[in-house]
Design a protein around this ligand. Structure first.
Ligand SMILES: NC(=O)c1ccc[n+]([C@@H]2O[C@H](COP(=O)([O-])OP(=O)(O)OC[C@H]3O[C@@H](n4cnc5c(N)ncnc54)[C@H](OP(=O)(O)O)[C@@H]3O)[C@@H](O)[C@H]2O)c1
Length: 137
């Protein structure tokens, strides 16, 4: 499995069994090198042209999922399975089982008091948060 991230997050990905690749100019070339030229599926959590990139890499629309780019997904017939698709007792039960077994890790990037909610949103908007931002009442 390959994961796109900036270099400060590569070690974390490696520790979790993911081959890290830096995003930015040349992403397609780096993914091809890392995958040996064969990419079977693509999950896009960012938007910004990743659905088109997946198509460029030869991934079939049925094997592409985006939680951001509904327009591109509609155009090519890719999936848009996001939290709506996972909001069921079955999925929540599975997540609880994984958490209980220590198999589901949810890093807390930072916590803020409610009066610092603007600061929390500014951090979120920068889009380099490693984990969740928690407002602590
Ligand atoms: N449809 C749904 O059901 C659903 C549900 C929840 C969230 N969302 C959406 O999903 C997105 C992800 O949410 P999130 O909570 O994970 O927060 P986020 O702040 O959008 O994601 C942060 C991560 O994105 C990485 N990143 C930033 N720019 C990137 C790029 N150009 N290419 C690849 N990776 C990049 C950062 O990595 P580095 O720090 O290493 O740069 C960071 O780890 C948000 O846009 C949110 O609106 C959709």
């Amino acid at each position: 499995m390959i994961g796109l991230a900036s270099e400060p997050h590569h070690a974390w990905l490696e520790k979790h069994g993911v081959l890290p690749v830096t995003y930015g100019p040349g992403t397609a070339v780096r993914i091809r090198e890392a995958s040996g030229g064969r990419v079977d599926a693509f999950i896009d959590t960012i938007g910004e042209g990743y659905v088109a990139l997946a198509v460029e890499l030869g991934v079939r629309p049925a094997r592409i999922d985006t939680i951001r780019d509904w327009k591109a997904a509609t155009e090519i017939g890719a999936h848009t399975y996001g939290e709506g698709a996972a909001a069921s007792a079955v999925v929540l039960g599975e997540l609880a089982r994984l958490a209980a077994r220590g198999r589901l890790e949810v890093p807390i990037a930072r916590t803020h008091p409610p009066e610092a909610v603007q600061e929390a949103f500014r951090a979120l908007e920068r889009r380099h948060t490693h984990g969740k931002i928690v407002l602590r009442p």
